[in-house]
Design a protein around this ligand. Sequence first.
Ligand SMILES: [Ca+2]
Ligand SMILES: [Ca+2]
Length: 148
Amino acid sequence: MSGWIHATLLLLLVVKAQGCPLGWVQGPINCFFFSQFPGTWADANAICRSFNAKLAEPEEAITLTFLIGHAKSEHAFHDQFYLGGSDMFVEGVWEWSSTKHKINPGHWLPGNPNDDGHNGDCLTLQGSQGGLNDVICTSDYSFICETE
Ligand SMILES: [Ca+2]
Ligand SMILES: [Ca+2]
């Protein structure tokens, strides 16, 4: 491979590593996509996967704080966004979907998780109140995808 082709490929790799896809926003670690359109939790999962991404999993407080801030400043017209967490396997045991790490109990909004009438098994970020909420998975909400 000639030197300049090698250098060009290297440059493309660096750009991809440091930048986010068009329409995505750079978070503390990964890139995020805030949907303008709603769907069920399953819809949201499928759409994020179609982007070679996943439903956002803000395990770290720094990432959660970033998403809350961005939701408030740029997406205030949407109150809640699906995230990649649920208690659909064991009621009351809340896990991030890809890592299976437990969700930090300190990140819930007051009074949550409340299981929303025995069916609240999917996680949302409530931007206006700045915390996590449990909702019924078949309800339509906007969602946030995260690059992996
Ligand atoms: Ca539940
Ligand atoms: Ca709830």
